[in-house]
Design a protein around this ligand. Sequence first.
Ligand code: PEP
Ligand code: MG
Length: 591
Amino acid sequence: MVYRPFVLTVKRFRPTFVNMVTASPDAPTTHAPARLHGTPVVPGVGWGPALVVSTEVSPEAVAAYDDSALDVETALAAFDEAVQAVAAGFEKRAAATTGDANQVLTASAGLARDRGLRSTVRRALRNGDPLLTALDGAVDHFAGVLSDMGGLMAERVTDLHDIRRRVLARIVGAAEPGVPVPDEPSVLLAGDLAPADTAGLDPALVLGLATERGGPTSHTAIIARQLGIPCVVGVAGALAVEAGASVLVDGGAGTLEVEPDADEASTRVEEAAARRQALEAWDGPGSTADDQPVKLLANVADARSAQAAATGPVEGVGLFRTELCFLNRTEEPTVEEQTDIYAGVLDAFAAADGEKSRYVVVRTLDAGSDKPIAFATQDGEENPALGVRGLRLSFADPGLLERQLDAIAAAARRTGTETWVMAPMVATVAEAAAFADAVHERGLKAGVMIEIPAAALLAHRMLEVVDFLSIGTNDLTQYTMAADRMATDLAHLTDPWQPAVLHLVSMTAFAGTEAGKPVGVCGEAAADPLLACVLVGLGITSLSMSDAAVRGVGVQVGDATLAQCQRAAEAALAAADPASAREAAARALAE
Ligand code: PEP
Ligand code: MG
């Protein structure tokens, strides 16, 4: 997922600070249980002393700071100076990083300098608030606004809290908080990490990461994936582990083990390293050990990410999220402009050297909810995740969809790339039929996403009117479990291993097998190597994911026969909860 800066336009805040509790060689033994469970995010095994990061700061500097006598201009100047220093720090670290980490740090710098934040502080100062109260109030206000927006926007609350504690530290003359560089290679345990903290981690010194909060699609998770640091989130009790205790993070199994057996731990680390080497050598195409083909595809957001993905071992794109091209646009781009943008992505997969092109699945605008777009979405919805998002935007404004389809068709003609088009947030067969007609009229293959349980239940009828289905497990999980996909406290529910979700996937895949039409998965579930085997066992024909995850999935699927994948799928479907589903699937694959 692309991380983009945005401008605050528009309530409560509790300051949090990060302090390191340093590892001590003779630390007392832990009181935490020996094995804690969370949501696995980045596979791999990290073993080392626990470096516990707690959200607390010495209150002395804050208590000693007296802002009661500052006039408005002096107080605002102190705020400005602190903000500039914090933003410059982010930019400096951004310059030393690439990819998602760079984007996160650059976005944090932009957020720190946000004009809306400054004017809210200024207004509070003019109303007589002392500086620190004004800062709290402004951050509270925007954190509340972002939380209410939900989804991706709600994730920015962590960034905002991080900025607040850094600005506060600068104002009171304390050291800017953050995760310090470990003295020795360690496993980091934290409540939650600000993206800016994660972005600065050195994989040579941070062997693994376990956080109490944060979901599989949080920015901590995204950056850990880029850095290749084994990571588990949602680990209740991680902070109860004693600093310095020997801990092992298993980012594939989703466990944090305290004081593991040293011989066993070192074997597991070695096995994980060997596995990583195998990953680097893997070059596709995807298939099971007994040659059942499984298409591995990339999720892309724009021409740049498409070009990067095209260099990898993928057979095409399974999800081009077109709305991500327009997050900052206030006016709908013309058909010509849209054509150029889409052609940029299609071109990356166009035929080369007389070979057939790879194919690209373009998703029409999934604006709304966590991805508001000024020219498309409605303001002030009570419950945007259940509101007018995705295909529903075309009910009141059919021209929006028509123009986008015209542009996609024009881009397909221009590049010659095989182009499939699918709609997000489809709830009924009638919606699917109308969409398919509009796509077929333009000579392209039509499909719909299965993100709403209603659509999964009627997958067999959807397939009477469309050419393919693509399961969006992120939303399908959210709507099946009635749990906001970004709610960090609900990570145990927003887990695609939930057996209820797997049953809906199974039903959809079965419909595809019966109809002889492709059914793919393009949500984050496809990027989980173990779950990928289960999905294959359920009858899924393609898996689409961030390009960083492709090799891991390719290797694991390639190690298993179709029959093993099917046994793993049966075991996962029969499990009572995500953790036992994972264990049962892993056992079935090992047999
Ligand atoms: C999904 O819901 O799984 C999906 C792929 O769509 P998005 O994450 O863009 O909502
Ligand atoms: Mg979705």
